[in-house]
Design a protein around this ligand. Structure first.
Ligand SMILES: *Cc1c(COP(=O)(O)O)cnc(C)c1O
Length: 420
């Protein structure tokens, strides 16, 4: 393998430090205490009563859904945003449930409440809300709809650990909440999931499903050490090419293990959690600089945070002003971490189709899958990178502004009009 000479920025990164590794090593000798300490830190920071740890966010989501199903065995549909991580439908199918879909608003990525209300049926077990890219959603209107429809609300904050809206923390606004510690999230322990709930009945179900943290695997220790070394911009080409890290890949795969987080990762995660606020503050600074530069460009617009939102900007998502890029060509700059996000709306994943309930007509999600561009905000992004990225985007946005060659019938305008 030949190392490229240029810097390669990962799309997202939450680097591990030497002292996180030490905390992981120390936890190996005291697994129970390390897990308890981490649990108490999460309880305190997020003000929740029950906290469970799983091997992955998907496993946590699946466990939460199974715990809800136990309380409501007659309902088997889970209502998802049609544009989100493929881990989300993977978890639904893993839990033996069916997927139905609602659309999003192209300006904010918030749920389209009309679409959500139309998809809610007497079979809906729960509605999952995803705070995409660290932009917190207002879940009050969703909670109302759920209550009226007899469904539960799942607050998936896998991309928004530490974000808040009107003083309420993402992950704590539903019947069950989720954080992910996978690579590419707000903070990472290589992988892992955290499930939160204040409901005793849900916690009882989770306790029966999720084993207590114990043991460790040498493979995870090795992966952590490689990740520690290799998310650096001069080394990123290597992990980007290592299949086991699966960085940046979107796969629908309902088969995955339901194990507890091992002691290595609880120790590691406990140490990283102390830096969460600093990691988020750093991303916010990078996002602020990017936003100030993007503000002056006419052809593109960043996704807008909701009123009273305190986003944590896992990445900075933007769209061309007219919804679609000229000639359908998304200006990805992969060596700078400027990439599209999920390649398909969920209704367009072929292997998910047998598990879909309902029509799955979500045109904005399809538009987002085609056109949303995300910029990196992590700590390796330097001023020179910001200048280079926005310089390239400026040139493109000027083309966007002047072009007349739009894909027919595909702009946000026409999609919104066709829906009305
Ligand atoms: C990452 C993610 C998850 C969980 O994914 P894992 O990779 O299994 O940790 C769940 N929901 C959303 C929205 C995510 O981005």
């Amino acid at each position: 393998m030949i190392a490229p000479k240029f810097r390669t920025l990962p799309p997202s990164a939450a680097p591990l430090h030497g002292r996180d590794i030490l905390a992981g090593i120390r936890a190996l000798g005291r697994p129970h205490e390390a897990a308890e300490e981490f649990r108490q830190s999460i309880q305190k920071k997020f003000g929740v009563r029950h906290v469970f740890f799983t091997t992955s966010g998907r496993a946590g989501l699946s466990a939460g859904l199974r715990a809800l199903r136990r309380l409501n065995p007659d309902r088997d549909e889970v209502l998802l945003p049609a544009y989100t991580s493929f881990s989300v439908p993977s978890a639904v199918v893993n839990a033996g449930l069916r997927v139905s879909l609602y659309d999003l608003h192209p300006e904010t990525l918030a749920p389209d409440l009309d679409s959500l209300a139309a998809a809610l049926t007497p079979n809906t077990l729960c509605v999952v809300a995803c705070h995409l890219f660290g932009y917190p959603l207002d879940l009050d209107p969703l909670r109302e709809l759920c209550r009226a429809g007899g469904a539960a609300l799942f607050d998936d904050a896998a991309q928004a650990m530490g974000a808040s809206i009107g003083g309420k923390l993402a992950g704590t606004m539903g019947d069950v909440g989720l954080f992910s510690l996978s690579r590419g999230k707000n903070m990472t322990a290589v992988d892992g999931g955290i499930v939160l709930t204040d409901r005793d009945d849900v916690a009882e179900g989770l306790a029966a499903l999720v084993p207590e943290p114990a043991g460790f695997s040498a493979r995870h220790v090795a992966q952590s050490l490689m990740l520690l070394a290799m998310l650096h911009p001069r080394a990123y080409w290597l992990p980007a090419s290592l299949p086991f890290l699966n960085i940046g890949a979107s796969v629908f795969d309902p088969v995955f293990p339901m194990e507890s987080m091992d002691s290595w990762r609880t120790g590691l995660a406990g140490s990283v959690l102390e830096r969460l606020d600093a990691l988020n503050a750093g991303r916010k600074n990078v996002a602020a600089s990017l936003l100030s530069k993007l503000d002056k460009m006419d052809g593109v617009r960043a996704i807008r945070p909701l009123p009273e939102a305190e986003p944590v900007f896992l990445r900075l998502p933007l769209l061309p002003e007219k919804g679609v890029w000229p000639h359908g060509r998304v200006p990805e700059i992969s060596e700078m971490g400027v990439v599209r996000s999920y390649p398909l709306a969920l209704q367009d994943i072929a292997s998910l189709k047998p598990h879909l309930a309902g029509s799955g007509n979500c045109p904005v999600a399809a538009l987002l899958a085609e056109n949303l561009l995300t910029l990196p905000t992590h700590s390796f992004v330097q001023d020179a990178d910001l200048m280079a990225m926005t310089g390239i985007l400026k040139e493109i946005s000027e083309t966007v502004e002047n072009t007349t060659n739009w894909l027919p019938g595909c702009s946000v305008q026409t999609i919104m009009e066709n829906k009305a």
